[in-house]
Ligand binder design. Structure first.
Ligand SMILES: Cc1cc2nc3c(=O)[nH]c(=O)nc-3n(C[C@H](O)[C@H](O)[C@H](O)COP(=O)(O)O)c2cc1C
Length: 190
């Protein structure tokens, strides 16, 4: 059991190529189920998922088509990124899960909520890996744009953006980027 969890954690990669595919609602719900089981303080369950299936992704593509100014936010000159998002990623993804965290006026609770949502995101990515799917945790500026988030239904007064989680069929097997060794991030206290 442990060896299996280790293997899934270590083999999960950020995929930058996807083959065109879709997922049934039940398959997507199985991934969302993994969100529910993330650790979270006081059982706040501080996450919200805005789930775009193929139809939703096509509607979002139309939204971007009609709102080209989103491409120049927050940095004018990087407009090609939106073209790439639409033609390279959105055209092929099976589902986009836009994950937000509940804001809290108390700074500690706010950070704990965000941390719990990060754990939830990892649960979902590992579930995708276990199912042979490709995934990508993105901070895409077009997805973070306030107008995009308003279109999705996000209330930015009450929610933080955590990630745009992209899931689809594998088109490549990315190399694992080098990692620091345990000694680099560990202080032993014996
Ligand atoms: C919070 C967060 C945001 C990320 N946003 C991006 C992104 O916008 N663009 C990108 O190329 N990768 C993004 N990544 C993926 C990282 O680049 C990736 O995890 C890292 O390169 C390690 O590769 P691996 O996931 O294959 O182990 C993000 C990862 C995290 C955790």
């Amino acid at each position: 059991m442990t060896a299996n969890v280790d293997r899934i954690i270590q083999s999960r990669r950020t995929h930058k190529k996807f083959s065109a595919s879709s997922l049934d609602r039940t398959d997507i719900e199985q991934l969302l189920e993994l969100i529910r089981w993330a650790p979270n303080h006081r059982l706040e369950e501080p996450w919200h998922c805005y789930v775009l299936d193929r139809t939703g992704i096509n509607r979002l593509d139309q939204f971007f088509e009609e709102n080209q100014h989103i491409a120049s936010w927050p940095h004018p000159g990087k407009e090609k990124k939106l073209d790439k998002l639409r033609s390279h990623y959105m055209a092929n993804l099976a589902v986009i899960i836009h994950l937000t965290s509940k804001r809290d006026e108390n700074e500690l609770k706010d950070r704990e909520n965000y941390a719990a949502c990060s754990a939830a995101a990892q649960n979902l990515l590992l579930g995708a890996e276990d199912r042979g799917l490709a995934s990508f945790w993105s901070s895409s500026s077009a997805m973070r744009h306030p107008e995009t988030q308003a279109w999705l239904g996000v209330n930015l007064n009450e929610e933080h953006f955590v990630g745009s989680l992209w899931i689809g069929a594998r088109a490549s097997f990315p190399e694992a980027p080098a990692r620091k060794s345990i000694e680099d991030f560990t202080t032993w206290i014996s």
